[in-house]
Design a protein around this ligand. Structure first.
Ligand SMILES: Nc1nc2c(c(=O)[nH]1)N=C([C@H](O)[C@H](O)COP(=O)(O)OP(=O)(O)OP(=O)(O)O)CN2
Length: 193
């Protein structure tokens, strides 16, 4: 069985090298919708696959980090990167360009890492991230499956190449969340939300 939880955020970017000139040569924004799709074949103590409320903890924090922020490819022009960081306090530096495709891979890597490090406490059974859909517009989306997330032909998304600005991490309930993910620290779900 699959379940799906939807998240939303507003983000600005440039996607260098793409065919659409407005996309590759001008900073622009999108109202993104992100679908996290989870898979399992048995239920928790509440006869749910995974309580939607639990996804409003760490997974939502990681996605909400991108809200009202600028996503920067770390291989972009150095002057552009410096200007983004100078004039926007909320920025994320990425090892890949911020296309819908790469956003879907990025969120897969982040949320999959978080879920893999999280000890469940309510009888959840073998829950795994099935896929992530990122809607960039009303008409276009990308969907990342597990085999896409680590596909070197699509560019490696190493967590230590992702940088969230201080304004972003300080807004998290746990400002150390991403550092813990990078260290592979075990986390635990709350007993109730
Ligand atoms: N495969 C992809 N193609 C495009 C991406 C992308 O991330 N992956 N991104 C863009 C631009 O960011 C652009 O803003 C969105 O493109 P488009 O779908 O053309 O946007 P519209 O709102 O103009 O779409 P309509 O269907 O005409 O409303 C470009 N391509």
């Amino acid at each position: 069985m699959l379940i799906r939880k939807l998240f939303k955020f507003e983000n600005a970017h440039i996607v260098r090298g793409c065919s659409t000139r407005r996309c590759s040569h001008s900073i622009h924004g999108h109202s993104y919708k992100v679908e996290l799709i989870l898979e399992a074949h048995a239920f928790d103590n509440g006869q749910m696959l995974y309580d939607f409320g639990l996804l409003k903890g760490g997974p939502r924090d990681l996605i909400d980090a991108f809200d009202h922020a600028v996503a920067i490819w770390d291989g972009d022009d150095a002057d552009y990167v410096a200007a983004c960081k100078r004039f926007s306090e909320r920025w994320i530096s990425l090892p890949v360009s911020p296309s819908a495709e790469q956003f879907s891979r990025l969120f897969f890597r982040l949320v999959d890492t978080l879920l893999g490090l999280t000890d469940t406490v309510n009888g959840e059974q073998d829950v795994r991230l099935h896929s992530v859909i990122v809607h960039e517009t009303e008409t276009g989306y990308a969907q990342c499956f597990r085999e896409d997330a680590d596909n070197p032909r699509m560019g490696l998304i190493a967590l230590d190449r992702i940088v969230f600005s201080d304004a972003i991490t300080q807004a998290w309930r746990d400002p150390q969340l991403f550092e813990k993910l990078k260290r592979g620290e075990r986390l635990s779900n709350p007993a109730s939300v």
